[in-house]
Design a protein around this ligand. Sequence first.
Ligand SMILES: [Zn+2]
Ligand SMILES: [Zn+2]
Length: 449
Amino acid sequence: MKMYEIPQSIDKYLDIELECSCGRTHYVPIKSVLVEAGAINKLPFYVEKYGYKHPYIICDEITYKIAAKKCEELLEENKINFKTVVLKHLGFDEATLGEIVINMPIETDLMIAVGTGSITDMIRYTSYKLRLPCFTVATGAPMDGFAASIGIVNVNNLKATMQAHNSELIIGDTDILKTAPYRMTVAGFGDLIGKLTCINDWELARIINNEHYCGSIVKLVKNFVESVLNDSGRIKDREPSVLGDVMRGLVLSGAAISLYGDSRPASGAEHHMSHYWETVMEQRGEVHAMHGEQVAVGTVLVLMLAELLAKTKPDFEKARNFVRSFDKDRWCEEIKRCYGSAAGEVFSIEEKAGKNNVASCLARIDSMEANWDKIALQLATLPSSAFLKSVLDDIGCPSTPAQIGIDADTLKDTFLYCKEVRPRYTIFQTVYDLGLMDEFSDIIINKLY
Ligand SMILES: [Zn+2]
Ligand SMILES: [Zn+2]
């Protein structure tokens, strides 16, 4: 079948091969998504429908009470054998992986993750490695990983994006979601709103780097971001139907990752900020804000950066001299200072990506010089940072770095070095290549603190 030019509802994208004019065939191997009141009651039906006999439920103490206990009761009523592990290791790292495998019965033929981002990511990753199918039962909707084919796992102390696979079934029972703290829904909204700057990064990568691009997926993402932005007033009123809308938006966002095959449609500079903050704050022993809250703050900051860039007429010769002066030894020292025990991972990312190689930087500057009119037009499509900040303030979502525990020094390091957390091209690289990051970040920090 042909990929839809006009965005459709989620079920139209599931388990169907879509031939796209971008040259790729898009496919999401999710069989069903149930977002409705009482959806959890259908769990035994789907276990049996897909022929599983030995489900293994993975939860933590909190999600056990919220939904895993109910899953157990439903499976028991239907005489389905199962085992449950209530996780004690909640680092979502090598130790958690060990706990999951150690407790898993050898006859397990299905893993059921009950929780939000961390548990569901971990299980999509673990089940992928163990070549087992998995289901997801959401207990809140604070992020968009449910329908993704990648998972964020802590590896060697760095939040790493790992190849995972899709849940066959995603249950978003709105009766359960409405019991989740309001903060979670707001965080889910924050993760969705981050797609504004993330899609901008993809457009910049297309213009500057000639990166592969899918217009149909971009339309799909823009469409659900727009609809959730229109919903923002109702989020404040905590209407149950809005929870369903946010959940569906988050599932669609994850599906966009799966359709495309990597997280390009859903993760850009705003996510790099979030990953950086989590990495450094965990090392400092500080409690960090929720992923979606960080993404919301990151989105405002990236919009501020984009506004400064849009107002600038770059001096390309100056930019060339700037990138030629790159001091690798100093950069290594700075990465060690900022990333601490995660520095080794960053070095290996850069080894493969070579983002900072002088030749790569110069090639991108040539491309920017030739295409500056297109870049300016793209930047002009973004909403203002003031508008987004007012939407976030209105619903009680953090909108400034200080609100999520980020001080001015950490923010400075974030602007300079968070782009090293992934090989992906974003507006941070654009501004860095032009030799403007130091100046722009100072302007933003002076405004905020
Ligand atoms: Zn996210
Ligand atoms: Zn496509």
